[in-house]
Ligand binder design. Structure first.
Ligand code: LMR
Length: 339
């Protein structure tokens, strides 16, 4: 059963503060690397598909390099959160990140938001097909435009809707304030359902639900459970309306600074850890659902075929919007890659 985080989320470092120290020469912009340390920041708990895959990466790197390469993992937004992690990477304050695919839209890659489109994917097997095929690999390479090296994809799973009421039909969403990650497409999905999207970083979400700043949100169950959202949401509706996955990225300068042999070791370890992560994601979400049922805090609802169809119809316009933004040709390629 997934464990709950033992303590409240630690305080994050201020990026502005760090920038000022770098400018004042108090901390070096580029760290000296006697024993190489890779700093990796992410926003979810360790006991999630992403948390576990990245811990496996750390173990493989440290074992295969006999300790010469260390990986420091800052989980749960403990170092940087959604709002500042990309800037921290560009400044060299962290070396690697694993943001959700939808979050790449805001830094100039709207095509990544296709992964967050509602009711497009039926299974993670289909997603693997896209990610591992020519289209997925071209998308990773394109990240070079922002001086990022796209190192691989990782699944979490399918998202479900939560609030303090069941959310089975579009009528149920009317007037609700729903937290969304930073994605125009996901915001539009909520609008199309009649809700008001509220863009909040992941680290702020539980508190916003607890204090009534927002009424509900969407998540794979592993995130819902490990952030203890079940303590502040009475209802979870198993809509499986959209997918949540990640891309692991490094800054180009950091990646180029690695000695070739170590770069290969790190890359191989990451590929292996991500492949393993993709085999455990479904199980982690299933275990989280069992734990949630046992906890008994949250009513769990299903949707029937007619309700799911009504939800699907309500969000059709979201697909057209993305198509207008990224081009019909791109969407045709995605459909072809889906088979
Ligand atoms: C979210 O912001 O809801 C997710 O992207 C968090 C995550 O990394 O799974």
């Amino acid at each position: 059963m997934p464990a709950l985080p033992a303590s409240p989320l630690p305080r994050r470092h201020g990026l502005r503060e760090l920038g000022a120290l770098v400018l004042a020469g108090a901390v070096p912009a580029v760290r000296s690397r006697t024993a190489l340390t890779i700093r990796l920041s992410h926003v979810v708990a360790h006991q999630t598909p992403k948390g576990l895959a990245l811990q496996r990466f750390k173990a493989l790197v440290e074992e295969r390099s006999a300790g010469a390469v260390q990986v420091e993992i800052y989980a749960n937004s403990s170092l940087y959160g959604d709002g500042d992690e990309m800037q921290a990477l560009q400044m060299g304050a962290v070396d690697m990140l694993a943001p959700s695919l939808s979050k790449f839209g805001r830094i100039g890659f709207p095509e990544f938001e296709a992964f967050g489109l509602p009711f497009v994917f039926d299974s993670t097997a289909q997603i693997r097909q896209v990610c591992e095929g020519a289209l997925g690999q071209r998308m990773l390479s394109a990240l070079g435009r922002q001086r990022l090296v796209g190192l691989g994809y990782l699944d979490n799973g399918f998202k479900h809707m939560s609030a303090n009421k069941p959310l089975r039909t579009p009528q149920d969403y009317a007037g609700l304030r729903m937290r969304v990650q930073d994605s125009r497409i996901i915001a539009q999905q909520m609008r199309a359902l009649g809700a008001q999207p509220v863009n909040l970083s992941f680290g702020e979400t539980r508190r916003a639900l607890a204090t009534g700043v927002v009424d509900g949100t969407e998540n794979p169950i592993s995130n819902f459970w490990t952030q203890r959202m079940h303590e502040v949401q009475t209802d979870l509706t198993l809509t499986a309306h959209g997918y949540l996955g990640y891309a692991v990225v490094a800054h180009r300068d950091f990646w180029a600074s690695l000695p070739a042999a170590q770069r290969t070791l790190v890359h191989d370890a990451l590929r292996e850890a991500l492949a393993w992560g993709n085999t455990i994601a479904e199980r982690e979400n299933a275990d989280a659902l069992s734990a949630l049922r046992l906890a008994g805090t949250t009513r769990i609802h299903t949707v029937d075929a007619a309700q799911r169809d009504a939800l699907r119809q309500a969000v059709r316009s979201v697909h057209e919007t993305l198509e207008q933004r990224i081009g019909a040709r791109w969407m045709r390629e995605l459909r072809a890659a889906l088979g």
